[in-house]
Design a binder for this molecule. Sequence first.
Ligand code: MG
Length: 300
Amino acid sequence: MELPSQVKLVEVGPRDGLQNQPVMVSIAHRVELIERLAQCGFSAIETGSLVSAQRIPQMANSEIVYQHIHQRPNAEYIMLVANQQGLARAISCQAKTIAVFCAATDAFSLNNIHCSIDVSMASIQTIVGQAKEKNMAVRGYISCVLGCPFQGVVQIDKVCELAAKLYEYGCYEVSLGDTIGVGTPLQVIELLSAVKKVIPTDTIAVHFHDTYGQSLANIFAALQTGIHIIDSSVSGLGGCPFAPGASGNISSEDLVFMLNGLSIKTGVNLDELIATSWFIADLLDRPPTAKVTLANAAKH
Ligand code: MG
């Protein structure tokens, strides 16, 4: 069995995680969370989202958060952009890396962003083109790659078609999201084997949710296909406000624990990560996961 010797982790907690929490985190604490995660060793961090503050109040003031981060060289600080207004805001706060997103089903796309896949892809193509003119790097997301809360089954061909388009538009990475966490390992292998035929393996990331506890098994399956870019969220924060039933993202500390056990390098310090998980859990008035408690207990 061949596994990669090292992986790149993309920490999504400050955006994908916090946007789903009922507690509002202050600008200063959002900045502190991002800086602590960088200190843990993450070289790619989602910092916020330039969307309507009425729709997602947790992500209000993402520009101010971004401008207060002491950016480390060679690290990616990613800002999610939903439309032209978001791009204009990203340009005005001098974001270097943005992320755009689409869905693998029309049903989810219509529900989440009120337009069909075709309309959303046309908009993404324009946004990516304009961002590239400003020398921004663009990450692409496809949601619902292994199941849709409204439509059920998702066609692998559709995911491949969208991945190929995002890559062709100029995205440096395409993150495949199992938004509602219904995928299982053989499906993951089947999907990734197909996507690897249309875009380079080095540009494919996976983004799993733990609704049925499948994330680590799915990541292990993905690693066996040669994938080495993985999204995860500190303290397992996350879900999706527009995907009924979706639970948290794979927790970064569970993932780093597994990767350490597999002798796969991540560059992330597990002890500091666990301390950061406690930090954000305290701020959210949310108990850390049992696994975090156990890991910490084992340390003392
Ligand atoms: Mg997520």
